[in-house]
Design a protein. Structure first.
Length: 72
């Protein structure tokens, strides 16, 4: 009998989970912070109404800092 552990479940979770999101209808700016458990990566996306920038980070503190640095 096999006991299911996080090591079994995490690779199956190759989907991004939204941790934080913010948008402004007035300025048309948006930002979000997502986490992919299977890859252990955080993705920060910025949208300024014209273009989109997306970067991935393995360090959660850097990802949070980048997310907080953008005004949306």
């Amino acid at each position: 009998m096999h006991t299911v552990t996080l090591d079994d479940v995490i690779p199956a979770m190759d989907k991004e989970i939204v941790l934080a999101s913010s948008c402004s209808a007035r300025t048309h700016k948006a930002k979000d912070l997502k986490f992919n458990p299977a890859q252990l990566k955080y993705r920060v996306r910025f949208y300024d109404g014209q273009s989109e920038t997306s970067n991935s980070y393995t360090d959660p503190l850097i990802a949070i800092e980048k997310y907080n640095s953008y005004d949306a």
